[in-house]
Write a protein of this length. Structure first.
Lengths: 364, 325
């Protein structure tokens, strides 16, 4: 191996270890701007059980998504199928900071959020295969998931349009006198939609309990943040509205959790909206067909090797003394569960044609 | 002469327009480096450069609003919406500005721009990616609405749309993008916007269709021919302004008409056609005008998609029914 290459690798690993570098593509962290900052957070101090729980949930999402990718390849899933692989730490870390009555809303890359918020994996997979056992009776598909019991308000296919909806959810939470908060997730691409900023303004104007979470996986389909945004530090996008922002390493579930705790506290105490930019990465194509001309294989490979969120927590668990065998048996359990989920989703019946005419308007 | 799919023909029309006129530019999400999500703009950034094939941020209202400004200032923008389902993010710009500039400025300004968007079901997509809402645009004065039904027409109509002095919504039936190829001539045979095409001559009834439903109407006509019934088939090509003359002439001849579209039924293009035929050919009618359409529901996910779309058999059955009267 070329020695210069090796030196670079060692240097990068050193920076990563010491927390001085999040990723090659990260903007420089600076904390000068008022209200917003990019200072690395102290990690959440998780117990062994909490770490195990993070590990399980992230692994479940990963295996679930891999299976969805396979079923798509077999022609059993139609339409689009946006996998969450690589971004698991974000949804898992945030969900763990919520309490009863809090709610979440997101875009179409929603399978992971649906599952961690409490929707059954079977109902999510059966929705992907368009079966009557699906969470939307098989009538909606990948970007059409709702679970009122879980406080999960979707699952939305129009990029960015969920941001005002999440802001409205927060308005209602406040109006009803609760101290509940709303997590409103969106992507780096969505961050360029105008309605996001209409919502920001109203959220601050009325001091609403909403946490805006930009899942910055660096790309909107084939367009990188650098090619779509004049100002690339997305966590500063709320500043001129009076919304403080924070940059968070979205591949480190412990940092995510710490950021979530701080944000939830800020918002629950009535201080109004907050904006978090989570630096993350999607390993797979945007959807299932993706020419992938916009990034190098090496970029994907390096991220997988050096920043993988599941490997991160696994390493922490092992350092903490967890047995490798125990993790293996968890992996096996999850694999079996996902096989069962897939069998269910393949064999459930298709929706009855009469279903198509329901739920357009209230039945009179 | 080249054998092209419809998506390649759309690409060809844009390539020719870019080569011919510096005022033409393309803009939209992923139209450059990626060549468009359906590959309609493949290879164009390489040949015409990033200044004329613009990758935009994800911002439909901004894209259309900026295109209006460009068009007012001497350019001929061709904007792509990745799916028609996202065009509503720019609905206000289209309704309030694109459609009205000529009128609002007493003809002192016009906005010669094209908004291309794939529409329709039949590709196992899902909601927001399968709808056929042409009635929104057809209902809006000040817009032209063009829908091709195959490669040759797509190339010629898009060429005409880009050169048109008024704004054109170019609605592309995505189910036909790669459905079949045609020999597309080296030099486009011009097709005028505002003209319908009689694709099959017959005397017993008139089938009127457009976009992805045209091939189905033609197949239904073939099936009817097996029963000894000669159906005339009209491809509307331009929905608005409607070529009333061609339609009325045909219905006066046949006395019967069936309108086919995949859009939901109520308040749609079919309803308008029925009204026009009633107005202008009532005394020639032998039977009520029929509509074969999608249902008044949101197009369902893939498992039941074909149930939603008018099938050849549904068209055939309805045609037979008008003939029994
Ligand atoms: C209004 C709208 N425009 C375009 C699209 C097509 N589209 C779907 S996802 C996407 C990219 C979004 O990127 P980002 O917000 O970064 O989310 P990510 O896919 O990275 O999770 C685009 C352009 C859409 N669904 N809605
Ligand atoms: Mg993104």
């Amino acid at each position: 191996m070329d020695s210069r290459f090796l030196c670079n690798r060692i240097y990068i690993l050193f920076l990563l270890k010491t927390g001085r570098l999040m990723a090659k593509t990260s903007p420089p962290r600076s904390s000068k701007t008022s209200g917003s900052n990019a200072k690395a957070l102290p990690e959440y101090k998780a117990s062994r059980d909490e770490m195990l729980d993070f590990y399980k949930q992230m692994t479940l999402i990963r295996r679930f998504e891999e299976k969805a990718g396979q079923l798509y390849g077999m022609g059993l899933i139609g339409g689009f199928c946006h996998l969450y692989i690589g971004q698991e730490a974000v949804a898992v870390g945030f969900q763990s900071a919520l309490k009863e009555g809090d709610s979440i809303i997101t875009g179409y890359r929603a399978h992971g959020h649906a599952i961690v918020s409490g929707a059954s994996p079977k109902s999510v997979m059966a929705e992907l295969t368009g079966r009557s056992g699906g969470i939307a009776k098989g009538k909606g598909g990948s970007m059409h998931m709702f679970d009122p019991k879980a406080g999960f308000f979707g699952g939305h296919g129009i990029v960015g349009a969920q941001v005002p909806l999440g802001t409205g959810l927060a308005f209602a939470a406040k109006y009803k006198g609760t101290d509940n908060v709303v997590l409103t997730y969106f992507g780096d691409g969505a961050a360029n939609q105008g309605q996001v900023y209409e919502a920001f303004n109203m959220a601050k104007l009325w001091n609403l309990p909403v946490i805006y979470i930009i899942e910055n996986n660096q790309y909107a389909m084939g367009t990188s943040v650098a090619r779509s945004s004049g100002q690339q530090e997305l966590y500063k996008r709320g500043e001129s509205f009076g919304i403080p922002g924070k940059l968070v390493d979205g591949m480190n579930v412990l940092e995510v959790r710490a950021a979530a705790d701080a944000a939830v506290k800020h918002v629950r105490e009535g201080n109004g909206p907050i904006l978090l930019e989570l630096k993350t990465y999607r390993y797979r194509g945007h959807s299932m067909s993706d020419p992938a001309k916009y990034r190098t294989r090496d970029e994907v490979q390096t991220t997988r090797e050096e920043r993988d969120p599941i490997e991160f927590i696994k390493k922490r668990l092992l350092e903490d003394g967890a047995e490798e065998d125990m993790l293996k048996s968890i992996d096996k359990e999850i694999k079996d569960e996902v096989s069962e989920v897939a069998d269910y989703a393949r064999n459930a019946p298709e929706p009855d044609p009469s279903e198509l005419y329901t739920d357009i308007l209230v039945e009179s | 002469m080249a054998e092209l799919t419809m998506i390649q023909a759309v690409n060809l029309a844009m390539r020719e327009a870019l080569a011919e006129d510096d005022a033409v530019i393309l803009l939209g999400q992923d139209v450059g480096v990626d060549g468009g999500i359906f590959r309609a703009t493949q290879g164009l950034i390489e040949d015409f450069g990033a200044a004329r094939v613009l990758d935009t941020p994800l911002a439909e209202a901004g894209i259309i609003g900026m295109a209006v400004g460009m068009a007012l200032n001497g350019m001929k923008p061709v904007a792509e919406m990745q799916f028609s389902g996202f065009s509503y993010q720019a609905f206000h710009q289209i309704e309030n500005h694109v459609a009205r500039f000529r009128w609002r400025t007493n003809g002192r300004f016009s906005v010669p721009m094209v908004i291309r968007m794939p529409y329709g079901a039949g590709v196992r997509a899902l909601e927001h990616h399968s709808e056929s809402r042409e009635a929104y645009w057809a209902h809006t004065p000040g817009l032209k609405l063009v829908i091709p039904s195959g490669p040759i027409k797509a190339r010629a109509l898009l060429a005409a749309a880009i050169r048109d002095p008024d704004p054109v919504i170019f609605y592309e039936p995505k189910a036909l993008y790669r459905a079949f190829k045609e020999d597309v001539p080296d030099v486009a045979e011009p097709i005028k916007i505002g003209k319908a095409d009689v694709v099959r001559v017959g005397k017993d009834l008139t089938l009127i269709a457009y976009g992805a439903m045209l091939p189905r109407a033609v197949d239904a006509a073939t099936k009817l021919a097996g029963d000894g019934i000669e159906a005339e088939v009209i491809d509307l090509m331009t929905i608005s302004p409607l070529d009333e003359e061609t339609i009325i002439q045909s219905v006066k001849k046949t006395g019967r008409a069936v309108v086919v579209h995949e859009a939901s039924r109520s308040f749609g293009v079919g309803a308008e056609l029925c009204a026009r035929i009633n107005d202008k050919a009532f005394f020639h009618l032998e039977a009520p005008v029929k509509r074969v359409t999608g249902y008044d529901i949101h197009p369902p996910f893939f498992a039941r998609e074909q149930h939603y779309l008018p099938s050849v058999l549904r068209i055939y059955d309805e045609a037979r029914e008008t003939l029994t009267i």
